[in-house]
Design a binder for this molecule. Sequence first.
Ligand code: PMP
Length: 409
Amino acid sequence: RFSTLRLAQTNGPFALEAAFRADTDLRKVNLIIGAYRDDEEKPWHLPSVTEAKRRLELGHSHHEYLPLQGSPKFVEVSKQVLFGPKIVQQQQPFLASIQTVSGTGANSLVAMFLEQKHLRPTNIWLLNLTWINHGDIWKVNAPNVSVQWYPYYNDAKRALDFDAMMETLQRNCLEHDTILFHACAHNPTGRDPSQQQWRELAHLCLKKRLFVIFDSAYQGCASGDLDRDAWAIRHFVSHPSIELAVCQSFSKNLGLYGERVGALHLMVHRSNPNGPNLAKAVQNNLIDLQRACVSMAPLFGSRVASEVLGNEDLQQMWKSDLSTMSGRIRAMRSALRDELLKLQTPGSWDHITEQTGMFSCTGLSKEQVEDLQLKHHIYLLPTGRASMCGVTSTNVSYIARAIHEVVSG
Ligand code: PMP
């Protein structure tokens, strides 16, 4: 028993985090983190969340189980924020929604659902590059669906590889295949399709009859505007025959990383008169599957999220918190680029300010990343992905000088 088991690969970013913590050099900089930091490199408590927690403590909160679908109030407000009131009002009967164990739980549940209960796609088309966990989520939860990779990012051009993406999908996707997109602030490249490119992608999905999954882990973190960051999702919804799911996470935009707050929404065909019955069946089956895995999602975070999203004044505060976070990251992108230009560091660095969201694909090679870590105690992923949350007005010159040194050789 167990004798055939090999050691599992420790998840890369988490192992690097441990190395960072063990590093005693005072100059060390963490550009691995997938969580927002303030200008003092500290986790930030969103004022809207702090106020929501204060209000909740005044009430008589209980610690009972949530219903299997999750908190009804949370599910309602999460739909409103994602789709906007107009779509919710019009498409409500075609929508199945369930609270999940954050974005990871939503991604896992939809993979399981599509494989076991519905559709049974031949392929899931994932982006090359994407969040490090997507491939494993599909392999573990939907082992009979084949994971395929479509080109997304051209490292040499530091840009979206749109033509290659379209060409691969046109040529290879089979009817009922499933395709994954990031709704905004693509992790790790910071490059999203333009509105025109989203339109073309929607047409392709229509033509090929693909089932679409949007992973929405950064709504409000790209532009600072919740509606603008949901544009692609809402555009796809405007095509009644595109069936889609959205994996929604509140880890980043509410700073509730450990509370595991999220939802899965699945929208069936909107011009099918039987759609409302299908949506109910989807909903029941999602509940059934999640029951077997975790019973139901956790209570506390969803209570905080409901308080923030469900009260006009707190929602306004939240919007201003989102501007604070996205604004600081944008400012640090500019500061880093400016420092590199000032130093006349070889290469072009415009991509740092053109990219959006928390991460930057810096274009640094594996060797340069190693040098940064060994010689300068600056930690980023071997792929060259840097979390812009770790850049502050205090360390930005140090980071730029270090990059200059490793790039100049
Ligand atoms: N999707 C993407 C693209 C992500 O970057 C992340 C977090 N890094 C997630 C989903 C899941 O996050 P969580 O489970 O904390 O919501």
